[in-house]
Ligand binder design. Structure first.
Ligand code: ATP
Length: 282
């Protein structure tokens, strides 16, 4: 088995005519409670989309729905023209391997060395020689600025920033078409946060990857993305109002028409403070 043999032949890929992701009339509800409702959008190939919005507005639910980890309650998510909910169980693994995940806490296996952590997706999906495995693992470690010497260490023996970089190396090793970053800079100092931002940019320069970055870090959203989406909690808007308060260029955020967007990006409590006070008193 090799990488080429397991790749699903997405017929639209070759032409490059289809957008990377199409979300149509998406509603996701838990226990009858909609978290996301009537979402429609298209993410172009190679685009880096940042998703912002206050805690609990559904950013993570949206990200998980994009990669098929949560099934839409209504509507569809298509990847390169394929509706993820309609893909057969046989085909699903070969589509999933085209998604790379960078988790908030890096989600490394503590009992494995850094080398084995980065190698893991490869050894699970491809049969390659030890030499090639070495070459690819070290190439990806070096790409994220880690020296070969870390390869034999365990995750507990390196810093949080290094663990995030190992998580990125692991996500990239199968050359994904789509990479999702969940809070990539949370818990890092400003310098290390910017190192991660630069790596996200560098990754995009090296690979024609579509990226979705869920973040509370406005510096990250502005720096790495070419498009920003801001969600608002479904429960706090009118039935017919759009849950997407902003969909545009990061440079337009500061001057968005919607006051809630401007307040959010400036980190101003504004109306929310009054709402919370009212809720507490009711
Ligand atoms: N599997 C689930 N079952 C039930 N409710 C869920 C499930 N997953 C998420 N939720 C609910 O959906 C809402 C949105 O959660 P989500 O994690 O997407 O928010 P978020 O915008 O990513 O928040 P944060 O910025 O704090 O990470 C929350 O109220 C959460 O409790």
């Amino acid at each position: 088995m090799n990488a080429t043999a397991t790749q699903t032949p997405l017929e639209d890929d070759a032409a490059g005519s289809k957008p990377s992701i199409e979300v149509r009339d998406l509603t996701v509800a838990f226990g009858g409670q909609p978290i996301l409702k009537d979402i429609n959008l298209t993410i172009a190939r190679g685009q880096t989309l940042a998703i912002i919005g206050e805690s609990g507005c559904g950013k993570t639910v949206f990200m998980k729905t994009l990669v098929g980890l949560i099934a839409p309650t209504i509507g569809s998510v298509s990847f390169c023209g394929k509706d993820l909910a309609k893909v057969s169980q046989v085909e699903l693994p070969s589509i999933r391997r085209r998604f790379g995940f960078v988790f908030q806490n890096a989600a490394l296996f503590d009992s494995m060395s850094i080398f084995d952590n980065v190698a893991f997706p490869l050894t699970q999906n491809e049969r390659i020689s030890d030499d090639e495995l070495d070459e690819r693992v070290f190439k990806h470690l070096h790409e994220v600025g880690l020296p070969s010497a870390v390869a034999h260490k365990r995750p507990s023996e390196i810093s949080g920033g290094m663990r995030k970089r190992v998580g990125l190396a692991r996500a990239l090793i199968l050359k994904p078409d789509l990479i999702v970053y969940d809070e990539p800079t949370t818990g890092l100092d400003p310098i290390m946060s910017d190192v991660i931002n630069e790596l996200i940019l560098d990754t995009r320069r090296r690979y024609p990857v579509t990226s979705v970055v869920v973040t509370h870090d406005m510096h990250t959203a502005r720096k790495v993305s070419d498009r920003v989406l801001m969600f608002f909690p479904r429960a706090r808007i009118g039935e017919d109002d759009s849950q997407i308060l902003f969909d545009g260029s990061p440079s337009d955020l500061e001057h968005a028409d919607d006051r809630r967007v401007r307040q959010f990006v400036r980190g101003e409590a504004g109306d929310r403070l009054n709402e919370l006070t009212r809720e507490a008193g009711s």
